[in-house]
Design a protein around this ligand. Structure first.
Ligand code: ATP
Ligand code: MG
Length: 496
């Protein structure tokens, strides 16, 4: 059952840029490894090499003592029992869940596909991850958390001996995360080796036996998990002592008209009669479980979903927003939690991704590419986007760096209200800190900021007030001294 893996002097170049610089280490079978490192350190790249999605420029992957032949791709790796759960989902939107799970591994009866067996096995795999969906549902219809669970179910259906999980819990609820941890414990007991990549250090602390730390394409540390604190893990990743995560809170603005006022907003099936307002300089959080309707509420507000009732006023003027572009023209921008689907055009290069919502600014009347390029250079600098070159596609940025680009994009039009849905998803501790400070600077400059987050500490550390949603309703808005983890959970889960 167990599989032992060794990396020997792995390098990887993308064009002229070298991102792995000779990585070598061995993993023992049946253990759980936490793979840590800043955004862009090379974690996903190394794991894609292990799982056959990329080939190393030089160096070898050794599996169970045998050097793996080059060029076999992910099929050859999967034949060795090595399966990767992708950080940026790798599902085909137009196929059903069952088709995605068995893509390239179809079950056949004679010359024919055995749809019945595949459906049945899909149902089993979905049950394991606690997702009671019809196997015939198209992936396009799923929300992000469901896509993540389908990715996990897909890996489970492959009988992995070595399972690589790249940020698996970024979109999961606490309940789903617990279920995943229980699954991991079961797999470990059955002898499966697990490599767990996460920026959530509390999870790494809980689930792993050993941490392996990468920095700038090199292995820099390896320690038994029990022998390092979270703070030490963070310091190893960034290579220096990190300062406090949150800036001191600014006082909440006491007066002034709301920059955005929402009354009775109803998004059928998702949100019902929601009222809230945010003043200039104020940071309002939205807490709730996945499925509570937070994202869908704002998608309705922006015209991405139908709304059946309610009014929205921006700076005192009633508006009917039709699309995110339309909203941007009215001074409201939205960072989507689904950065690959709705946030970025990942197949485009960085420049249009930054400027797309503010093109008017560069049209004089024809587009001015030099000005756009200068803006990109500034944004890369300001947001600390790590990229070898400015000319790459957004898809080639590491996950956390895509997130920073998405953030730069929504701030580029110079909004007066900004809605950030899971702004720190997938970003490393250092970058998280920078984003928190950025959010506070935005408020200081007079923006009204909404932060939707499933990280309670983030809401508590950052927001003046936090609205809690459950089952489509805004139940309460908490502020100091009631802004505590316990209060938030109580209201979000309805378990007083
Ligand atoms: N296809 C590609 N073309 C060009 N550069 C790439 C490509 N894939 C990755 N890179 C670069 O390789 C470096 C390492 O990226 P990688 O995705 O491995 O980082 P990571 O450690 O997984 O980061 P994160 O925590 O943000 O997910 C980054 O600088 C990234 O831009
Ligand atoms: Mg990654």
């Amino acid at each position: 059952m167990s599989v032992a893996v060794e990396f020997r002097n792995i390098t990887k170049e993308f064009g002229p840029v070298r991102v792995l610089h000779g990585v070598g280490f061995a993993l023992q079978p049946g253990r759980v490894y936490g793979l840590l490192g800043e955004n862009g350190a090379g974690k996903s790249t190394l794991m894609k090499i292990l799982a056959g999605y990329e080939s190393p420029t030089t160096g070898e992957v050794v599996v169970d003592g045998a050097v793996r032949a080059p060029g076999g791709g992910s099929r050859a790796a999967e034949a060795q029992g090595i399966v990767l759960i992708h950080q940026e989902f790798n599902l085909a939107d137009d196929l059903t869940i069952a088709q995605n799970i068995f893509l390239g591994h179809e079950i056949k009866r004679g010359p024919f596909l055995d749809d019945k067996a595949m459906r049945e096995k899909t149902r089993e795999a979905l049950a394991k991850v606690g997702l009671p969906l019809d196997p015939d549902t198209r992936v396009r219809k799923l929300i992000v958390a469901e896509k993540q669970l389908v990715e996990i179910a897909r890996a489970l259906a492959r009988n992995a001996r070595l399972l690589i999980m790249d940020e698996p819990t970024a979109t999961l609820t606490p309940g789903e995360t617990e279920r995943l941890f229980a699954l991991m414990a079961g797999l470990k007991a059955a002898g499966v080796t697990i490599i767990y990549i996460s920026h959530k250090l509390d999870e790494v602390e809980r689930t792993t036996d050993e941490v392996v730390v990468m920095r700038d394409g090199l292995l820099v540390a390896r320690e038994p998990t029990a022998s390092v604190t979270r703070r030490q893990m963070a310091n190893l990743m960034v290579g220096r002592e990190l300062a406090d995560l949150f800036p001191p809170k600014l006082p909440a603005p006491q007066d002034g008209a709301p920059a955005i006022q929402v009354r009775g907003l109803t998004v059928p099936g998702w949100a019902e009669g929601v009222d809230f307002e945010v003043r200039r300089g104020e940071i309002l959080g939205f807490a709730g479980l996945v499925g509570a309707g937070r994202t869908e509420l704002f998608e309705g507000l922006l015209g991405l979903r139908p709304r059946s009732a309610g009014t929205v006023e921006l700076a005192g003027k009633q508006v009917q927003l039709k699309s995110p572009r339309d909203a941007a023209r009215h001074g409201l921008t939205y960072l989507s939690e689904d950065r690959k689907g709705k946030g970025l055009h990942v197949h485009f290069s960085l420049r249009p991704n930054l400027t797309l919502m503010a093109l008017e600014r560069y049209a004089k009347p024809w587009l001015d590419p030099a000005a756009e390029q200068a803006a990109l250079r500034d944004a890369v600098q300001e947001f600390g986007i790590r990229t070898g070159s400015l000319e790459v596609r957004a898809s080639s940025l590491s996950g956390g760096n895509q997130q920073k680009l998405a953030l730069a994009k929504v701030l580029h039009p110079g909004p007066s209200v900004v809605v950030l849905d899971e702004p720190t998803r997938g970003v490393d501790v250092g970058a998280k800190r920078e984003i928190y400070h950025l959010v506070q600077r935005l408020a200081e400059q007079g923006l009204a900021v909404v932060v939707i987050s499933s990280e309670l500490m983030e809401l508590i550390g950052l927001c003046h007030r936090v609205a809690v949603m459950r089952a489509g309703r805004l139940l309460t808005t908490l502020q100091e001294p009631n802004l505590t983890e316990e209060e938030l959970i109580t209201h979000a889960t309805g378990t007083r």
